[in-house]
Design a protein around this ligand. Sequence first.
Ligand code: GLC
Ligand code: CA
Length: 571
Amino acid sequence: MDSLQNDRKWWKDEYVYQIWPASFKDSNGDGWGDLGGVIESLDYIKELGTNIIWLSPIFDSPQHDMGYDVSNYEEVYSRFGSVFDVEALIKGCHVRGMRLLLDLVVNHTSDQHQWFKDSRSSKQDPKRDWYIWKPARYDENGNRHPPNNWRSNFSGSAWEWDEATQEYYLHLFAKTQPDLNWECVAMRQAVYDSSMKFWLDKGVDGFRIDTITIYSKDPSFPDAPIQDKDSPWQLASCHYRNKARNFEHIAEMNEKVLSKYDCMTVGEYGPTYDTDLALRYCSAAEKRIDMGFQFETVYTGFGKVDKFKAQPVAMGDFKGSHAKWQKFIEGNDGWTSAFLENHDLPRSVSRFGCDSPEYREVSAKLLAMMEATATGTLFIYQGQELGMTNIPKDWTIDDYQDLEAQNYYNAVKAATGCDGNALASAMGGLRQVGRDHARTPMQWSNSPNAGFSSVKPWMRVNDNYREINVADQLADKNSVLSFWKTLLKLRRKNIGVFAHGSFTYVDDSPLVMTYEKKFNGEVALVMLNFTSESQPIPLREEWTSTKPLIGNVDKSEDQKLGPWEGRIYVK
Ligand code: GLC
Ligand code: CA
């Protein structure tokens, strides 16, 4: 095991920049970001210090779930460009010493994929069992019901009735995203060929693997335990997350495809909070994937059954979870990732920092320090490097584009008969943890449309683009962007202790995070004040003569950390 654990694969010390294609940069003036915009921005990404790009889905799609509903794995959505543009992007990355990861979305396809069109065409179709079809249940009055009470992750039943063939199909997400049947060997082979080999053979360097824990479902499709008494539809993840068969599927995917290429894989664990299960995916000896995204830390304060019944972040919970996942690969052969944002999460400065004008910059820098000293491969989401914030509180449901948000709002409306209080609390949830916050157009400059596009963008631009944008921050050596650049260089210099070091808290404050990291005789101390008040410093004797490597405020005091102040020491 030891030799594997110490195996410094190229991706371990790297930084990944995630791009949400629709909102990154519009190069041809149609209001949508596109591959041309990504190609134009490669030097920007490289200069930030990030050498790997993860591109969220660019495949052909009706865009009901922003491309996480793929209708053809081998074509590119026309507004994003073409397969030729992806080839140009691969080349553009490789000449700069950069790499490109695509998103692998194979728990489900779009209902517009030819595979599903065939599957739904008749019960005798050879692709019928490529998806999950079940007969209806009938009650004593002869009323038709879905096969079980499973809830879709995007509200409502997880089953949709198909008139033509008189059966239900399963969709754990939207009804336009039917789940593939991973029990079907021919389907699995088609997935490997069409969604993986097709792109790996073109030179793509790996994948971020969508919803990797839920391909296998309990074959008896039992009802889920009732946790929400007010709804007929119940959270059913106990019947489809991390099933024994799922580990077999991922091992096969590795054996048949991934192992044949020098590629990198990062899987989305979602709400998998058991570190033993997570390790089974990322253990080098088990040969499945290289690392995953654990969501326990970033989901701090999300509602357990209904994610939108969210609370502000309780620092004690956040701290505890962070330590758990920092330590999770200590002494074993797993690997992990460090991230605070992605396209499904609120902006980190609004969630874990403070986005008021007074503290936005300093707290965005504090979070950057937390991430830049974290164990694992580092991931930055577009705009995070600027300290982009959640969308303003006065935006209404009409400004929210995400179908998860729209479905949720409509479900609350229907269930409560448009009750004003219920709708206000639904909006409250969306304002805290909705996915739209991360999806507003990238703020490039203070020109109209934030310099993202020459025309009105597909999604409203955050009103604060005049205060927060790339052009201003490039010119300002004290900006959040400049701070990230410096930090990423410092991480690179001290990559052993930050990316690979062991983690220990040296305080027990619920307001401050103070930890040491140790690696091969090097020691780092990180102190982060997660409040808008000064806090006493728990600096121990042995550190008093060491000067900080970096801090996020101009003037600091010996005995205390100012509001949102952070410091990093190394010796
Ligand atoms: C993942 C994606 C998310 C998408 C869902 C369904 O969680 O990150 O954006 O909606 O899978 O594919
Ligand atoms: Ca465009």
